[in-house]
Design a protein around this ligand. Sequence first.
Ligand code: PMP
Length: 407
Amino acid sequence: PSGFDVEAVRRDFPQLHREVNGRPLVWLDNGATTLKPRQVAEAVAEHYSTGTSNVHRGAHSLARQATQVYEEGREEAAKLLGTQDTDEIVFVRGTTEAVNLVAQTWGRANLGVGDEILVSAAEHHSNLVPWQQIAAERRARVRPIPLLPDGQLDQDAYQDLLGSRTRLVALTHASNVLGTVPPVAEMTALAHRYGARVLVDGAQAVSHFPVDVTALDADFYAFSGHKVFGPTGIGVLYGKRELLEAMPPWQGGGNMIDSVSFEETTYAPIPHRLEAGTGHIAGVAGLRAALRYLAGLDRQAATAYEEQLTAYAMGALATVPGLYLIGSAPGRIGALTFVLAGTDPIALAGALDRQGIAVRAGHHCAQPALASFGLQSAARASLALYNTAQEVDTLVAALQDIQEQAQ
Ligand code: PMP
């Protein structure tokens, strides 16, 4: 494929063509979750209507077919992230579970008294709270990497924080509040000089630009299916083979063992060792469809389209009197978080909803990031590759109306 045809893409997403409150839906809540192309709903329906079986067990045709779909889902995830080794792909519920898995296994085995975990101030709570929990247990310390006024991470502060006690750096690949895309490869290389590991939260990255964990040299990388046009309840933890192999199992049960007796239980090789119990098979079928859909697009062109749309939206929002947009760093994704003078963000989102425009309002599960800007709550319009300049215009016109009425 070459070039990006937004209208053709929009035809694949049925929800874009519905109405809400009597108006055509303008879906600008992609940071919370993305809409699904019909291929994803079809894949999930197919699993439940005619393809139901468990995987990796049962010597029958449907078990083999379900297993094939499941393992092809793993291959698609490996391709998306740029690793050749499908054993490095662990299925989890989502980004949150991926981080908890690493904290509870790698963290418990590798963190000790006085060790330090550096967590950027831009992180979603899911890449902060699990570190606070394991740090409390291991008597380790979580230290914030502060933000600059434009929403970028303070690289001087980061260099000062790194030291012989640093064990892990928790870093977002794209902030869900500020849109910031930190220099992950450079920051990872620096962390590695101190022998620290790096976990990258790719929840907001994978749908917006191509990712290559090998080029980043990330030790762990996490994403959620539902933010990359796939189902909820399924996500991926990537980990370097040697790290995953050295990690103790987390949950125990079926699927993850080699042999079990009351005397001794031994564990299966990765990735199954970290996937106890029956997985979300229908979810993987949907994720496979979503990642194939994405792989079928010209990713470079799609990213360029989104970059243009983001720049357009930032310019258009700047024309609204009294609107303050948080984070102006270049090279950002289209997570556009703002406050409108004199209007409560929740009331603002309600007023937009009455016009069919879906945005999120609140703390966005990133209270430290908002606090860095002196805020507790804000509204966020977050763009995806199927959004258009007309939709941005609809938002801006509605904001202008709301702003005039507030006067
Ligand atoms: N990290 C970021 C940057 C996110 O935006 C989100 C979801 N808002 C998460 C992590 C958590 O993802 P999930 O709830 O799917 O586990």
